[in-house]
Ligand binder design. Structure first.
Ligand SMILES: *Cc1c(COP(=O)(O)O)cnc(C)c1O
Ligand code: SF4
Length: 451
């Protein structure tokens, strides 16, 4: 349908209704009649209208949902962590309490103020790995750019609440220049994640400036956009946007679906446009108590995603940030879900479960144990059904351990130990209780100090 001129003066040329789908959640009537009426108006399909009309206060929320009961702590939570819900995302709410996954992810709760001491604003130590403002360089070959602090919807479980609880602001030209200079000075960076906040809340022109700047650096091979907009404001994926994006290939898009109710016809259409424009789509789900911490829910989500050409990429253990304690699950729940999925679901639909380690340790994949035991001649594996299989190791002798120069490795990791390039990894000397220097030559003294 024709959606009229957008606020930025461009025309949305989306042509007609999405094709009927057998698999979409046939959009249930919104719980709020007012939202139901808005959904029937042309402006509903205009993403700028959705952005401008985000629900930002409890009074606005109550005007759409008069039956909503106010629990007192919500006001206090809102003082700390802001709220924004697009009318579209609010229209997916079916129950006005935390048993509704959309409500739980979007509406502030008093529990966000639970603040045990193990929570930190920046547990991944992203700010420690930020050599220039707005760029995080945690892994040698990848860097992440924070392009804006704004999102279409503020997730109650957000891991970057220290960014998204700030006033909404976008990257400046000066910041972008410094980031480009850093990328030019670091040709080892091949993969740039354009993140935020949500980069697809930027105007198409502003986003294009970022992409063009990053693309101008020859050593950057792939660009990835991390966005929740296909979930919370799918009308943002216009033909105008995809026409711009396709100029910057190879471009990958990672989105953030958490629950099957988010797989609407609108979201399906948004993903189809991105995929048709040649962008491989991945999904990063956060494992959330009371939302998707259930093997069957996760199975439905993952199956639905691959039907939408979205490959489940990561399943994240909740980070230890303030405001998300109520969403955390034990790590064992994630392992249980991985146990359930393997063998039951297409491998294409199975994400990697990762714990983004506190202390800036980075992403650590966690799996059920499939190796039962091992000897030099056989490795005993178990499959998802519990069958034990003996895998005979090759009769050919393994290559001799490498005798390559140990000292050549500046920063050894576990692989360097496994391949014989380094002897040991030890805690930094400052992190250990001081040992008195010994004169006598004994086994201890022969150990090297920390690498
Ligand atoms: C997650 C992340 C990346 C990308 O990691 P992949 O495992 O390649 O998806 C890059 N930089 C930072 C800071 C990250 O947190
Ligand atoms: S879209 Fe991403 S950055 Fe924005 S609030 Fe949600 S999780 Fe945080």
């Amino acid at each position: 349908m024709h959606t009229g001129p957008l606020a930025d003066g461009t025309l949305d040329v989306s042509d007609g209704e999405p094709p009927p789908s057998n698999h979409g959640c046939a959009a249930a009537a919104p719980l709020s009649p007012a939202l139901g009426e808005l959904r029937a108006t042309p402006q509903w399909h205009d993403w700028r209208w959705q952005m401008r009309n985000r629900i930002r206060s409890l009074a606005q929320l109550q005007s759409f949902f008069p039956a909503l009961e106010q629990s007192p702590g919500v006001y206090d939570a809102l003082k700390v962590f802001q709220m924004a819900i697009t009318p579209y995302y609010a229209s997916l709410i079916q129950r006005l309490d935390s048993t509704d996954p959309v409500f739980r992810m979007a509406v502030p709760q008093a529990a966000e103020l639970i603040n045990p001491p193990h929570l930190q604003a920046d547990p991944l130590e992203e700010d420690h790995h930020s050599p220039v403002p707005g760029l995080i360089h945690r892994y040698a070959d990848r860097a992440l750019i924070v392009t804006t602090s704004a999102c279409a919807m503020y997730c109650r479980h957000c891991t970057r609440k220290r960014v998204t609880s700030a006033r909404e602001s976008s990257i400046t030209g000066e910041r972008l220049n410094r980031i480009v200079a850093y990328l030019q000075a670091h040709p080892e960076i091949h993969d740039v994640v354009v993140s935020g906040g949500d980069p697809l809340t930027l105007s198409t022109e502003a986003l294009e400036q970022v992409l063009a700047a990053v693309r101008s650096v020859p050593s950057v091979e792939i660009i990835r956009i991390g966005t929740r907009v296909p979930v919370t404001m799918p009308m943002r994926i216009t033909d105008e946007l995809t026409a711009m994006l396709r100029k910057y290939h190879p471009l990958w898009v990672n989105t953030h679906f958490n629950h099957p109710v988010e797989l609407t016809d609108e979201a399906r259409e948004a993903c189809a446009k991105l995929a048709d424009a040649g962008m491989p789509l991945g999904n990063q789900t956060v494992l959330l108590r009371g939302v998707n911490d259930d093997p069957q829910v996760m199975e439905t989500l993952c199956r639905g995603l691959v039907r939408m050409r979205v490959r489940p990429y990561y399943l994240f253990q909740c980070d230890l940030v303030p405001g998300v304690e109520d969403f955390r699950t034990p790590i064992s729940r994630g392992i249980e879900i991985m146990e359930y999925l393997r063998g039951r679901v297409s491998g294409l639909a199975i994400p990697t479960f990762v714990v983004d380690a506190p202390g800036g340790g980075g992403k650590i994949p966690v799996l059920p144990n499939y190796i039962v035991t091992t000897s030099p001649t056989h490795t005993v594996l178990r499959n998802f059904e519990g069958m034990l299989i003996s895998y005979p190791e090759p009769a050919m002798p393994a290559p001799a351990p490498r005798q390559t120069a140990l000292q050549a490795v500046a920063q050894p990791g576990v692989w360097e130990l496994a391949s014989g390039r380094a002897e040991k990894l030890a805690p930094h000397p400052d992190a250990r209780p001081r040992r008195k220097p010994r004169k006598a030559v004994c086994a201890h003294a022969a150990l090297q100090p920390a690498l």
